[in-house]
Design a protein around this ligand. Structure first.
Ligand code: B12
Length: 115
């Protein structure tokens, strides 16, 4: 996501999806909101994952989620990353199809349950 240069966690998340047989489009770090929205429009993904490492980027994440959920209300969005250890989970509760997962085992459980 925008202004988020940490990409190792997101890379590991995408690897978990691939190991479970999903086709993954890894956009990398610091993806502008506008580009992400265009990308969703073009590729119609089943799930979008967003990684947040820096707590001060939480407002940027919220703006992103506002637009994603507004334009793609049925799309599932998974969020995670170490920023949430400092708070912010309550901010995503208001979004119906946005979920927070704390770690990779939780992601694997989620994928096993949805497959
Ligand atoms: C490497 C690193 C960097 C590198 C990143 C390089 C890269 N290409 O990724 C660089 C040098 C760019 C960097 C920059 C900065 N960093 Co830095 N960085 C780190 C460091 C040392 C490691 C991060 C990492 O890769 N961890 C390993 C990965 C695997 O862990 P993870 O990201 O947490 O991901 C795991 C889980 O969280 C989860 N997960 C992550 N995302 C998602 C998403 C979903 C959907 C799911 C299910 C799970 C999930 O799965 C992963 C596997 O368990 C951490 C400290 C640390 N020990 O973690 C600080 C840290 C993240 N950085 C920090 C800071 C403050 C910065 C800077 C602001 C420093 C500065 N003053 O310039 C800048 C910010 C730049 C920016 N705008 O993004 C802070 C963030 C504090 C906070 N939480 O608010 C940390 C925690 C250091 C600290 N103790 O203060 N950093």
């Amino acid at each position: 996501m925008e202004n988020e240069h940490h990409q190792i966690g997101a890379r590991m998340v995408s690897d978990v999806f691939e190991l479970k047989g999903w086709d993954v489009l890894f956009l990398g770090a610091n993806t502008p909101k506008k580009d992400l929205l265009e990308y969703i429009q073009e590729t119609s993904p089943m799930v979008v994952c967003i990684s947040l490492s820096i707590y001060f980027n939480l407002p940027i994440l919220q703006l992103m989620l506002d637009d994603i959920t507004d334009q793609f209300p049925d799309l599932t969005v998974l969020t995670g990353g170490q920023a949430f250890t400092r708070g912010g989970r309550e901010c995503i509760l208001k979004y119906k199809n946005v979920h927070y997962l704390s770690d990779l085992p939780s992601l694997e459980n989620y994928l096993n349950a949805t497959n």
